[in-house]
Ligand binder design. Structure first.
Ligand code: AMP
Length: 558
């Protein structure tokens, strides 16, 4: 057992589950996991107050998988989620944690896709059913006995389910389940309506809440950027260009991410290293010493590995991944602002983590300011400033050493001093782009070849645009396609995978019918086949994601 899985090993979970957790790279359980797993494992009812980003999915998925009997081919656990997106996400998490449990299958049951295959998967013995309440009720109307074997029920984001008007559906589902089942309820808030459900349907539940006490972080200037998960690496690189840092520590959630990001940074010329729980103590000390004396400028760390790290040179903390509770955030940013200096803390927030940001603001009693992604002009300015700073100390005495040589070289090569200086600048900057056009070009996205690897979308030839959604540039259309506009964007929590799923399902399209999808801040663009477009737009008229209408229409670029 490696050092970092020992936290999970303490739970006595099934070895196959522990092995799957180790493979995800999680170093230790989050606060909600530490408290919930032992309770859920023994079959006790529980109310957990936690929001997205705290690691709540694993908090119930791991102990529930532990209780599943893989030999019995029948539904044993039912997870209810308010939206199709969350249901898919939870189902994917279950699949990840059950990867090494042969015989365990998971089915996601949600509206907007044909009922037949979902019902078949339940009848074929999927042990874990992750469902939205509305669609599950449709199934129960066809087969009211479908859930009689369920021993474990989880209501995920219960407050959201009530907000979306699922109260009546929930009552129908409760009636279709055996009364002696285990019931676990997770909710970010506990209004009276949720307490009433708990009173009626949970038996002697244990309460789990992550207590957050106010903590001050006055010497630290905090800012956040709203980004899409796919953009993180390019956002990190842009921020490093414009932020004036001495030493910087970045936080990510997994040890694999520390290695990946550190190697990208090294390849870009930064003096960077990874720090995670797998790294031996002696090596860890070497990394910290190097950060102290300037042989390293950036360390990419997990929370566990950075514990107690005290390096006065650290001017910046960059939270690439959201911490899973506000205490971790306060701990992380406390790595800067040391020795009475002012520090800077930056946080990348993906749309579904905005709630956690609010919790952080409440706990720290401070507003975290939103900043925009640096544009090409800001990057150009920063590069020129760096160049100026490195050249200005040299001009005073370089001429006495190199002046005559410069005269000889210009004469030999037969060029002007300006041409010679330009050539030397190219060498000095390693050919780095130093004009707007070149920087724009450099920041353009990689070839859009990312093919979705999820379930039935695997064979799709859909190309996802992993680019920065802020950039506007002409992209050639897929053949026979037109570009259409959707009124929802990243700010509405839209991700390409869900958009794609919704259009494929509701539009009954073949997998390869959709071209590129681009998610922008306030809207999205998708390439759809021109042939039959009007009929398709009619089919998708009522399609919703996260409860919001797509308002799909043809997009005219002029
Ligand atoms: P959730 O709050 O369940 O939506 O989880 C938020 C994110 O945290 C997901 O990307 C999980 O994969 C990740 N996560 C969950 N538990 C851990 C853990 N113990 N260590 C690191 N990451 C985790």
């Amino acid at each position: 057992m490696t050092q970092e899985t020992s936290g999970f090993a303490a739970f006595n979970l099934n070895q196959n589950i522990l092995a799957a957790v180790a493979a995800t790279g999680y170093e230790e359980p989050s606060a909600i996991q530490r408290q919930s797993i032992p309770i859920i494992m023994v079959g006790q009812d529980m109310i957990g107050q936690a929001q997205t980003g705290t690691g709540k999915t694993a908090a119930f998925a791991l102990p529930i998988l532990h209780c599943i009997n893989p030999i019995k081919r029948e539904p044993q656990a039912l997870i209810l989620a308010p939206t199709r997106e969350l249901a898919l996400q939870v189902a994917t998490s279950f699949e990840t944690y059950a990867k090494q449990m042969p015989g365990v299958t998971v089915v996601a049951v949600y509206g907007g896709s044909p009922m037949g295959p979902q019902l078949k998967a339940i009848r074929n013995g999927a042990q874990v059913v992750v469902a939205t309440p509305g669609r599950l009720c449709d199934h129960l109307r066809r087969d009211e006995k479908a859930l009689l074997t369920v021993n474990h029920l989880v209501l995920d984001e219960a407050d959201e389910m009530l907000k979306l008007g699922f109260m009546d559906d929930l009552e129908i589902i409760f009636k279709a389940l055996p009364p002696n089942r285990q019931t676990v309820l997770f909710s970010a808030t506990l209004p009276q309506s949720i307490r009433a459900i708990a009173e009626r349907h949970l038996r002697d539940p244990r309460h789990v809440k992550i207590h957050t006490k106010t903590q001050t972080v006055t010497a630290i200037k905090q800012a956040y950027l709203l980004v899409h998960a796919d953009q993180k690496t390019s956002v990190v690189l842009s921020l490093l260009e414009v932020e004036d840092f001495d030493a910087l520590i970045m936080f990510v959630r997994t040890k694999q991410a520390t290695l990946d990001l550190a190697s990208i940074l090294e390849s870009k010329g930064y003096k960077a290293a990874a720090l995670n729980g797998d790294i031996a103590q002696s090596q860890r000390e070497r990394v910290i010493d190097s950060l102290k004396d300037g042989r390293l400028d950036i360390v990419v760390a997990t929370d566990v590995a950075a514990r107690g790290l005290d390096v006065p040179r650290i001017t910046h903390v960059l939270n690439v991944d959201m911490p899973y509770d506000p205490e971790s955030y306060v701990h992380r940013i406390g790595r800067t602002g040391r020795a009475g200096r002012e520090g800077r803390a930056l946080l990348l927030v993906i749309p579904r983590e905005r709630r956690m940001l609010q919790v952080i603001e409440r706990v720290t009693g401070q507003k975290v300011t939103e900043i925009r992604l640096p544009d090409s002009q800001a990057i150009l300015d920063a590069r020129i400033k760096k160049l100026t700073n490195s050249l200005s100390p040299l001009v005073a005495d370089a001429e006495s050493t190199y002046g005559s040589l410069l005269d000889c070289l210009t004469a030999d090569i037969n060029c002007t001093l300006r041409a010679m200086a330009a050539a030397l600048l190219r060498i000095a900057t390693n050919g780095q782009a130093l004009n707007l056009d070149a920087i724009e070009k450099e920041r353009r996205p990689m070839a859009p070849t990312n093919i979705l690897r999820s379930d039935r979308l695997e064979r799709s030839s859909v190309r996802l645009d992993r680019c920065n959604r802020e950039r506007r540039f002409p992209v050639p259309l897929a053949k026979g396609h037109v570009r259409c506009r959707i009124a929802l964007g990243a700010r509405d929590g839209i991700v390409a995978k869900n958009l794609l799923g919704a259009i494929l399902n509701d539009g009954r399209l073949a997998h390869d019918a959709i071209g590129r999808i681009q998610i922008r801040d306030n809207f999205s663009l998708v390439e759809l086949p021109e042939d039959g477009l009007e009929a398709l737009l009619t089919k998708l008229k009522d399609t919703r994601i996260a409860g919001k209408q797509l308002k799909l229409r043809r997009y005219r670029e002029d």
